[in-house]
Design a protein around this ligand. Structure first.
Ligand code: ATP
Ligand code: MG
Length: 393
């Protein structure tokens, strides 16, 4: 079967009223963006409260559907057969052919649902339903009608041309990126943070990212892995500005001056401070991390409190109540898992203490940080100034 268009179904919740067109325009924009590298020519347009993707002959069906499946805001993707209107008898034949090709096994129930966008069409919707239903029943003795719970709901839309569709391929849901501002993701090479970025972006939020590396303790390959992860996430979120911060001197300085059981927490606090600096510079409205309560020592309630202590922007932690297995399942779904498990070193694991505090006290940690006052401002400044920014798409 050849499909010439896709009808895009999107969720209605939260987009009623005067903001609806903003939502739709953002969705059209994101669809165009998602299709820019797909083989073929596409015309994405709004018509009568719907969004259509019209495809030129020779486009790649699988690639197109894959790209649409990554556009947040899309709930369903319906492949459409577009027919020239050559009269009702011809339409009957086409509809029978459509059913025959799409549903080789005829032990199914169906219902026809016609809509007239073109009111001048000589038949009313009810008549179209009955007559096309009859033609299908005549053609296939095994098929049955079920008007309440049909296996196949055959939509027939009479527009300038006639549109037939019955299949709905699930989309990712969520809101189109760009309808909810931008946030800064703390992106490491692990499993969690790419998933956290995906989840916040799903609600319509554009992403930027910050990665802390510690050369020569962490390698170029570890950095490349993070760039690759950013690229995988950007297939959903759109382009990501990735800030790569050289964190080595700060880490060594903390290692030198602070109690070793507090290293991870203090390091995390400096990561948050630097990520927040870039976030504010680039108009991000919050920070995102892949933290989940109790996953490791630095993610107990007390540790999260100590980390949060240095942030003035809200910190979004979409995985906060997830078990590791649930996070792994999402990372497999969005294709980041295989990259995340590549075994390169991480700056957090290199300077880690054998017995980190699990219940840090905020005032104790603040006190320990006072030991850094001589050089830390200068080191922070240097880390910020030497940060490399990469546009990932
Ligand atoms: P992940 O799988 O995302 O690496 P994790 O289980 O390794 O998480 P931690 O190392 O405690 O957990 O990190 C918690 C969060 O802190 C990460 O999800 C990420 O948002 C941020 N983070 C940790 N290390 C880095 C890093 N090197 N660069 C940027 N962000 C980081
Ligand atoms: Mg990590």
């Amino acid at each position: 079967m050849k499909f010439q268009s896709f009808l895009i179904k999107y969720g209605e919740i939260g987009i009623k009223g005067k903001n609806r067109y903003l939502f739709e325009d953002a969705l059209v924009r994101q669809i165009r963006f998602a299709l820019r590298d797909v083989e073929g020519e596409f015309n994405v347009h709004k018509a009568q409260g719907r969004i259509y993707v019209d495809c030129e002959a020779g486009y790649d069906y699988d690639e197109t559907v894959d790209a649409l499946k990554r556009v947040f805001g899309i709930v369903g993707i319906c492949p459409v057969v577009r027919l020239e209107d050559k009269g009702f008898e011809e339409l009957k034949k086409e509809v029978v052919r459509y059913m025959d090709q799409l549903y080789p096994d005829k032990r199914i129930t169906f219902k026809v649902e016609a809509r007239r966008g073109r009111k001048s069409y000589p038949m009313r919707s009810m008549e179209i339903n009955c007559d096309l239903g009859e033609a299908i029943l005549d053609a296939f003795p095994e098929i049955r009608v079920d008007v309440h719970h049909p296996d196949v709901l055959l939509n027939v839309e009479v527009r300038e041309e006639i549109y037939l569709y019955s299949e709905i391929i699930p989309g990712p849901g969520g809101m189109p990126v760009g309808t909810n501002g931008k946030a800064m993701l703390l992106l490491s090479g692990g499993i969690d943070s790419p998933v956290a970025g995906y989840m916040i972006s799903k609600r319509g939020v554009g992403l930027e990212a910050t990665y802390f590396h510690a050369p020569p303790y962490t390698s170029e390959r570890a950095k490349q892995k993070v760039i690759d992860l950013a690229r995988l996430v950007s297939r959903y979120s759109g382009p990501i500005q990735l800030h790569v911060v050289n964190f080595t001197d700060i880490q060594l300085y903390i290692y030198d001056k602070c109690p070793h059981d507090e290293l991870t927490i203090i390091m995390r606090r400096y990561m948050m401070r630097i990520a927040e600096h870039f976030a504010k510079e680039d108009n991000c409205l919050g920070l995102i991390t892949g933290e989940s309560i109790g996953q490791v020592a630095s993610q107990t309630m007390q540790s999260l409190m100590a980390t949060n202590d240095v942030c003035t922007l809200p910190v979004y932690r979409p995985l906060i109540g997830f078990d590791k297995q649930e996070i792994v399942e999402i990372s497999e779904k969005i294709d980041t898992y295989e990259t995340s498990i590549l075994p390169y070193e991480d700056c957090c694991t290199i300077f880690v203490a054998k017995h980190p505090v699990t219940k840090p006290n905020v005032s104790v940690i603040r006190k320990s940080e006072e030991r850094l006052k001589e050089q830390i401002d200068e080191l922070m400044q240097k880390a910020i100034e030497t940060t490399e920014t990469i546009l990932v798409k």
